[in-house]
Design a protein around this ligand. Structure first.
Ligand SMILES: Cc1cc2nc3c(=O)[nH]c(=O)nc-3n(C[C@H](O)[C@H](O)[C@H](O)COP(=O)(O)OP(=O)(O)OC[C@H]3O[C@@H](n4cnc5c(N)ncnc54)[C@H](O)[C@@H]3O)c2cc1C
Length: 425
């Protein structure tokens, strides 16, 4: 009888799992069904393509692995099997060439996800993969069948192996809402709480500052931050003033340690260097010039080159008395303390931290306590900054889980799947 694999979640990880299982099956007949709750597949992937799809990164493999922080050793074998070069070759084989930007980030030539997804889906369907949209997985029936809620009512599906690729909890309107977490936790699977990653922060602007500057980019600053363990993080770049605080590339890069510091200490202080091109001595010299008949602001602007939102930040965050003290003002321009009070909610974040613990999985990403059930993608407990590292690990883990599911089907002397699942339940 033909064996079957059910893959739930049709984002990059789930679709890659389908492809890997198909390839590993070779001429052997395997039925592969991919289910997704949404009316169409790959919605977050498509959204990622709106701002320019950053598929992966061209830096050295050691540098890439360092981006996964504490999960480095779990991600390493996945990227060894299907890393950035393999991903680029895979895209190329789909007719989508890639290029490396000046920052080392790798993009498809058209910058969009849609052409890649379109061709990929066509190839998967042509190879026999069945896609089922509007199938919302809600858990298991008593007999171990997967339970889906569909527009035509409840549906039960039996499969010989399964891959869960349900995403994290950010942007839930695109389908990945993290509702799987309690379902797996009830089955005894270790799960770290889903937390915002690559997120913005609230800082509590004054009404005056918010009204004038919300939405304004702050260009070329250096932000630094030291956590309670004395570790210092530093990032050069840009951020955006929001209604309630800050967000953007520079903030995302520091978001994991900032989030953890706020959770541990109640707040975190980010120091902004508003004039990275000038040292404190030079600023002091400039600010100490007599200001003559110029206004205080006019004097500061002409002597330091700071204007617009950077002047606004100074006015917002520096005590008025310090403006008359060149030494204090110069020090503030080089290290302006911005207190961050809360991370923005998970729903607004680019990605999630937390998820299924690697300790709950074997090396093929199978849940040890639910034999035959594999996990992949952002629902696993890892995080990384933006820069293509998210998709890179999603594709690589999808590949490992899909190949793992197929290898599981091929392995001899197994208790029939249904009996095992019922026992595990
Ligand atoms: C605005 C934005 C821009 C981004 N840009 C980039 C970028 O340029 N580069 C990069 O590397 N990363 C980027 N990312 C992150 C990247 O898109 C995600 O990390 C990636 O899509 C996660 O892939 P996944 O397959 O694990 O999960 P998802 O893409 O989230 O897919 C999960 C799928 O599972 C389905 N699902 C969930 N629950 C159920 C259920 N109960 N039943 C059935 N189906 C279910 C969902 O509908 C969804 O289709 C961006 C994210 C955002 C929000």
């Amino acid at each position: 009888m033909t064996k079957s694999i059910a893959i739930i979640g049709a984002g990059p990880a789930g679709l890659m799992a389908a492809e890997a299982a198909l390839q590993a099956a070779g001429p052997q007949a395997v039925r592969i069904d991919v289910y997704d709750a949404m009316p169409s597949v790959g919605r977050k992937f498509l959204l990622a393509g709106k701002g320019g799809l950053n598929l992966t990164h061209a830096e050295s493999s050691e540098a890439i692995l360092a981006r996964y922080g504490a999960r480095r050793d779990h991600i390493a074998p996945l990227l060894e099997a299907f890393g950035p070069d393999a991903l680029r070759a895979w895209a190329q084989a789909l007719g989508v060439a890639t290029f490396t930007g000046s920052s080392g980030r790798v993009f498809p030539t058209g910058m969009k996800a849609a052409p890649l997804l379109r061709t990929w889906l066509h190839r998967l369907r042509a190879a026999g993969v069945s896609l089922h949209v509007r199938h919302h997985w809600t858990g298991w029936n008593d007999d171990g069948a997967l339970r889906f809620s569909t527009p035509r009512g409840e549906r039960a599906v039996h499969a010989d192996a399964m891959v869960l690729a349900l995403g994290g909890g950010s942007w839930p309107q695109l389908g990945s809402d993290g509702a799987w977490a309690p379902l797996l936790a009830q089955r005894g699977v270790a799960i770290s709480p889903l937390l915002p990653s690559n997120c913005g922060f609230d800082s509590g602007w004054s009404e005056h500052f918010r009204a004038r500057f919300a939405g304004t980019p702050v260009k070329t600053v250096v932000a630094s931050f030291t956590d309670r363990q004395g570790r210092t993080f530093r990032q050069e770049g840009e951020f955006i003033v929001t209604e309630t605080g800050i967000e953007g590339g520079l903030v995302y890069a520091l978001s994991a340690p900032l989030r953890d510091e706020i959770a541990a200490a109640g707040a975190a202080t980010l120091y902004l260097d508003l004039a990275p091109g000038r040292n404190t001595a030079r600023l002091l010299e400039e600010l100490a010039h007599p200001r003559g008949r110029r206004s205080q602001s006019g004097h500061i602007q002409s002597r330091t080159g700071l204007k617009g939102v950077k002047m606004g930040l100074l006015r917002e965050l520096v005590p008025a008395a310090d403006f008359a003290d060149p030494a204090r003002l110069a020090a503030a321009i080089k290290a302006l303390p911005l207190s961050l009070l809360t991370a923005r909610p998970l729903a607004e974040a680019i990605s999630s931290a937390g998820g299924v613990a690697f300790e709950a999985l074997d090396e093929r990403l199978m849940i040890r306590s639910l034999p035959g059930m594999f996990c992949a993608g952002e629902m696993l407990d890892w995080e990384a900054p933006t820069g293509g590292y998210l998709l890179t690990a999603c594709f690589a883990s999808g590949r490992a889980a899909g190949a793992g599911a197929l290898a599981w089907l091929k392995s001899p002397n197994q208790t029939p799947r249904r009996q095992r699942i019922i026992r595990a339940l």
